[in-house]
Ligand binder design. Sequence first.
Ligand code: CU
Ligand code: CU
Length: 347
Amino acid sequence: MKRMAVIHMLSLSIFFVLLFTFNLTCCEVKKFPLLMPNVYPARPDLYICTPVRIVDDKTFYIVGFEPNATMHVAHHMLLFGCGHPGSNKEIWDCGEMSAADSYSTLKKAPPCRDGNHVLYAWARNAKSLTLPDDVGFQVGKGTGIQYLVLQVHYTKPFPEGQTDNSGLFLMYTEEPQSKLAGVLLLGVGGIIPPKSQTYMETACEIEENKVIHPFAYRTHTHTLGRVVSGYRVTRDETGEDHWSLLGKRDPLTPQMFYPIFDSTPIKYGDRLAARCTMDSSNRNRYTQVGPTNNDEMCNFYIMYYVKNDTPLTRKYCTTVGPPYYRWALDKENDLNNIPDEEASTLD
Ligand code: CU
Ligand code: CU
């Protein structure tokens, strides 16, 4: 009797130990602070990046983000997933700034050297995105994401001696998630002529046999963007294209992820399209696509999840842009019923 009790106790304790380690190593949702290491923003409009390396023998699922922007000094924060970070320093200057700017004492580099997926965006004065239930970003082993890089935009220089540790708390688990998140970037290259209104357009077909569930979108341009719109284009049996608006906004509003307008699943054979309406009426020079504030960008991000599947292999949907590419000239995607007016007007 006594012996039984001992065995029972023993097995019970083994059970607890197992449960305990299982919880600790596997499926518990943990919190990782990805914060600026007490940085001192010495000049206005400084973008600082800091990286974290993901251990290479494990796969993690990021299931939530908790912004920790102290004292409201951060204008925006972006989280990038990269193959390699832009720099091997603890912090670097990762702004889209004029090349002539020699002010900074920090090394200049882009957030990512390769990879470059925007996983999360936070902007002051805007409500932050929460991932839908059971949705996670897969990072680490078996993914292209070996590093996470946090970018914080500081608008004002700090008083001497004052530092900041704004950043994000990443909620993560090792438990595989049934819905994996991905981001598809619709982007446009090209040149914008002076004193004009220019459309920058892109379109591409989903050529992977997956069903993707879009849930958020983000727009990005520099200074010339007035309207950015994105669409799913489906063709009916009669050959007519139906354009459903996924998102549209003034890109000068905070550049975060916003809820998608239409969450109808996107399937094999559907096409995606985006347009940026650029206004250079006050500019006397040509503007190229590039990373600095003298250049422009035209980006429409679609954040989505797939059920019991891996995200799209395709991460980008890009065209050469103006003056060579236009929706109307796209023979490959053969678009009809182009919503010319709707795509360029804000409601
Ligand atoms: Cu900002
Ligand atoms: Cu840009």
